[in-house]
Design a protein around this ligand. Structure first.
Ligand code: NAD
Length: 497
């Protein structure tokens, strides 16, 4: 089957219509804005096109979420949790077309998208379990009142997601939002809107009330801005680049709305001479080359103790040359193309202007936005390539002398998302984990993540947390209730103490 026929077939299997559309109130809607063309990143041929959702559909989506949220909250927490378990099963039942569609449109290897779809199902299972276990507290206030708290949903939340892991990021944010009783409007990247719509279609067929989650297929400055500003939206959760995150936060601040910002990184992967170098090398490969480096937590700065710097880079070069590049739909493929033309140009330009010595793999497939895995050597930590998020399979290798220098270099960026250390010295591992500025840090590991563990960053990597019980807090607010049960009410003119 050719790729366009496969696309049409997958769209039909997932009840998505012929071309990308927004999903509002349980129905598919075509936009009326600017035309957006999706290019297959492997063939570089147009795959489909659609019209931007625009302001009008954004407004309808926010209204639909506001209305459906009341319906959702009229059900018991246990019933809401059970719907989420049904959704998890339904996702697994359609895992094949979902992962194929994600690979075709986003260019991600099918071996990765299969895992990501399974993880999305796990997110609904995990947060479905929380739906009836989130509760407030009774606080022993000195006045003798019965004082207790409720954790209440915010109302409608607006989520904005990027193109690098579309369905994974959608599940990551939708599951905790609805488990805590919120309505959702979500705007995936205009380059990868389809699997987010597919996910919500599946959820609705499994029992999610129509309109509880609405998907806007379209552009940030139009549909995105309109949704941020809509009166029903109480919080904005943004996953994407620092530049756009800043714009989103400013728009939200003008409307006095809080944000969670999950932004980029320039994470340090630190290897000491006493580490198991074979493991450290495999870890370094996974850290920067998996997903073609299009990962916010990519280990894009490889800090290696001077004594083993040359040896480790030799091992990494050898490993790099064995990685299988190819068609994202081929189960053997380990690295697919870069997801889109804009990102491809950015990476190519960063490599071309990096300076130093470029060690790169010689061959890439004949078509597709491929960037060969690349190591940049001979630069300092001050170089642009060591300070800027490249978001591709490109690692800057930097030697260091000792623990103090490794920590100083790791923290010498504008980011604070992730990092790792490879060492046999447990005490040092613990010291470094404490000293490096990061929301997630791995010891003798890289890229281990789970829905039950918190995730987020600081500085240019953003603020707020996703995943785990932290996300339950982000998607709720506490309300304090005071009940006076005394026979003579404790009323004072002023404060009751
Ligand atoms: P991007 O910032 O260009 O776009 C992200 C989203 O913002 C898209 O949906 C886009 O349409 C939307 N957008 C653009 N302008 C907008 C506006 N004015 N108002 C509202 N929305 C707007 O990012 P990208 O290129 O899609 O993704 C790559 C970036 O995402 C990288 O920096 C990467 O590190 C980051 N990322 C972070 C995490 C994390 O959890 N920290 C996860 C994945 C990706």
């Amino acid at each position: 089957m050719n790729r366009k026929s496969l696309f049409a077939d997958l769209m039909a299997q997932l009840s998505l219509g012929a071309a990308p559309q927004s999903l509002i109130g349980g129905a598919l809607h075509s936009g009326a804005g600017a035309e957006i063309t999706l290019i297959d990143p492997f063939t570089q041929e147009p795959l489909t096109s659609y019209a931007d959702a625009g302001v009008a559909l954004a407004t309808r989506a926010c209204e639909a979420a506001r209305d459906a949220q009341r319906v959702w909250m009229s059900r018991s927490a246990a019933a809401r949790g059970l719907v989420m378990q049904d959704i998890a099963r339904a996702i697994l039942g359609l895992a094949d077309p979902l992962s194929q569609l994600e690979s075709l449109v986003a260019g991600k290897p099918i071996r990765d998208t299969r895992v990501e779809v399974a993880k999305v199902a796990e997110m609904f299972t995990y947060y479905g379990g929380w739906a009836d276990k989130l509760h407030g507290e009774v606080i022993p206030v000195p006045s003798g009142h019965l004082n207790f708290t409720l954790r209440e949903p915010l109302g409608v939340v607006f989520q904005i997601t990027p193109w690098n892991a579309p369905i994974f990021t959608a599940g990551w944010q939708i599951a905790p939002a609805i488990a805590t009783g919120n309505g959702v409007v979500i705007k995936p990247s205009e380059l990868t809107p389809i699997t987010t719509v597919a996910l919500v279609r599946i959820a609705e067929a499994a029992g999610l009330p129509a309109g509880l989650v609405n998907v806007l297929a379209g552009l940030g400055p139009t549909a995105g801005t309109a949704a941020i500003e809509h009166a029903a939206v109480r919080k904005v959760i943004f996953v994407g680049s620092p530049e756009t995150g800043r714009r989103v936060a400013v728009t939200a601040a003008a409307a006095l709305k809080p944000c969670v910002l999950e932004l980029g990184g320039k994470s340090a992967n630190i290897v000491f001479a006493d580490a198991n170098l074979k493991h450290a090398c495999l870890g370094a490969q996974a850290a920067i080359f998996s997903g073609a480096g299009q990962s916010c937590v990519a280990g894009s700065r490889l800090l290696v103790q001077r004594e083993v710097h040359a040896e480790l880079l030799e091992m990494l070069t050898e490993g790099m040359n064995k990685i299988r590049l190819g068609d994202p739909l081929d189960p053997e493929t380990e690295i697919g193309p870069i997801s889109n033309a804009r990102q491809f140009s950015h990476i190519a330009q960063m490599v071309a202007s990096a300076g130093g010595t470029t060690v790169t793999r010689s061959s890439t497939p004949a078509t597709g936005y491929f960037i060969a895995p690349t190591i940049l050597r001979g630069l300092t930590n001050a170089a642009l390539a060591a300070q800027t998020e490249i978001f591709g399979p490109v690692v800057t290798a930097l030697p260091f002398a000792d623990e103090a220098e490794a920590i100083a270099m790791a923290n010498d960026t504008a980011f604070g998302l992730a990092g790792a250390v490879w060492t046999a010295d447990l005490g040092r591992a613990h010291r470094i984990a404490g000293a490096v500025r990061a929301g997630t840090f791995w010891i003798n590991s890289y890229k281990a993540i789970h829905v039950s563990s918190p995730f987020g960053g600081s500085l240019n990597s953003g603020f707020g947390r996703s995943s785990g019980t932290d996300a339950l807090m982000e998607y709720t607010a506490s309300k304090s209730i005071w009940l006076d049960a005394a026979t003579t009410p404790r009323i004072a003119f002023g404060y009751v103490s």
